[in-house]
Design a protein around this ligand. Structure first.
Ligand code: FES
Length: 197
């Protein structure tokens, strides 16, 4: 070094502790948000969001009110025909698919009455089948068997098939009400469970 050379400037002091890279520099979230929205704008947006959500809910409710839900369930009270439409001693299956009942007319020696059996197994609710050749109802699910009148005699079903309320309408047709059912065989000879014809 000659006397004309300037003295080297002192280098800055080395930072104490570990040096952070660019990615490691902590980011202040509130400052980032403030780059996009002011606090006032953010609150305004939130208020609009809540208002629009409420409006959509109200519109949906109104739509539901004006467009009633349509169900295609069969009615629970219906007519099945006149007594003479049912042959004595026959388990009639015409209404099983639509209304889940059998209409049974006793043979003359058994009283000639007409009753409706609800086609739902009393074990777990499957629909049994009428087996004319074996003179019984048989459940396909777990094998319960029921006699012609509906009394259980085999398999896990704990009680007989239920009978539905029956009545004669003014026009002479039989009216069946599947929502009124008789579980106890003691009730099966009631006038509203057994139509004498
Ligand atoms: S549901 Fe009929 S036997 Fe189980």
């Amino acid at each position: 070094m000659t006397p004309a050379d300037p003295a080297p400037s002192p280098s800055p002091p080395a930072p104490k502790g570990p040096v952070k890279s660019a990615q490691q520099v902590e980011v202040d979230e509130s400052k980032v948000w403030s780059l996009w929205f002011t606090r006032r704008e953010f609150l305004t947006l939130a208020a609009w969001g809540a208002f629009l959500a409420g409006l959509a809910g109200t519109l949906l409710s109104a739509l539901r009110f004006f467009i009633p839900r349509v169900t295609y369930d069969p009615p629970s009270v219906f007519k099945v025909g006149k007594p003479e439409d049912f042959s004595p001693g026959v388990v009639d299956e015409r209404w099983k698919k639509k209304y889940r009942i059998w209409v049974v007319r006793d043979a003359p020696e058994a009283g000639s009455g007409i009753y409706a059996i609800f086609a739902r197994c009393t074990h777990l609710g499957c629909t049994p089948n009428w087996l004319e050749g074996l003179n019984k109802f048989k459940c396909p699910c777990h094998g319960s068997g029921f006699r012609r009148g509906g009394v259980n005699f085999e398999g896990p079903a704990p009680r007989p098939l239920e009978r539905c309320r029956v009545a004669l309408a003014d026009d002479g047709q039989i009216v069946v009400d599947v929502n009124t059912r008789f579980k106890n065989p003691k009730d099966w000879k009631r006038p509203d469970a057994y139509l004498k014809v």
